[in-house]
Design a protein around this ligand. Structure first.
Ligand code: SF4
Ligand code: SF4
Length: 149
């Protein structure tokens, strides 16, 4: 979720859908960087060197603030940083999609391509856990169209 005022207003209106549905898998380094920056440890280990943000009871991210901004914005996980671009790994090949969430019309092609570039640096060990989401959440994602980029 970007930090500019315009984008924050879009995300506030959307009620931070993405931060209420996802549990981004992250690397040990990302976890350490967040904790070393002084933020609360909300992570659970899901694999060797891979962690996940433990969501609140209402399924939202514990770093999500009331105004729909992110408490750890400057140091948030790369998967959060590149959203609504989402990396994939299919048939031994990396690719990305961009979700047409309410923020999509405000993104320039340059911003999308930059996010894609960063998304393609995410380790495959992280991507392996990315799509392990419940059928209920998958259903919610279907409210948005997406396109390959
Ligand atoms: S789904 Fe899109 S518009 Fe909604 S909070 Fe996330 S980035 Fe913002
Ligand atoms: S870390 Fe920040 S951007 Fe990522 S899901 Fe949580 S509140 Fe949203």
């Amino acid at each position: 979720m970007p930090i500019s005022h315009k984008f924050l207003m879009v995300c506030e209106k959307c009620q931070a859908f993405c931060c209420q549905q996802v549990k981004p898998p992250i690397t040990e380094k990302e976890k350490k960087d967040i904790i070393n920056a002084g933020f609360t440890d909300h992570f659970i280990k899901i694999d060797e060197g891979i962690y996940e943000i433990q969501t609140n009871k209402n399924n939202s991210c514990p770093y999500l603030k009331d105004d729909c901004s992110c408490e750890i914005h400057t140091i948030k996980p790369i998967l959060c940083k590149v959203w609504p671009v989402i990396p994939r790994y299919k048939n031994n090949k990396r690719s990305c999609i961009v979700i047409k969430c309410p923020l999509f019309p405000y993104l320039t092609e340059k911003e999308i391509q930059q996010a894609k570039k960063e998304a393609n640096t995410i380790p495959l060990s992280v991507l392996a856990h990315l799509w392990k989401i419940s059928p209920e959440i998958k259903q919610k994602y279907k409210q948005f169209e997406y396109k390959e980029i």
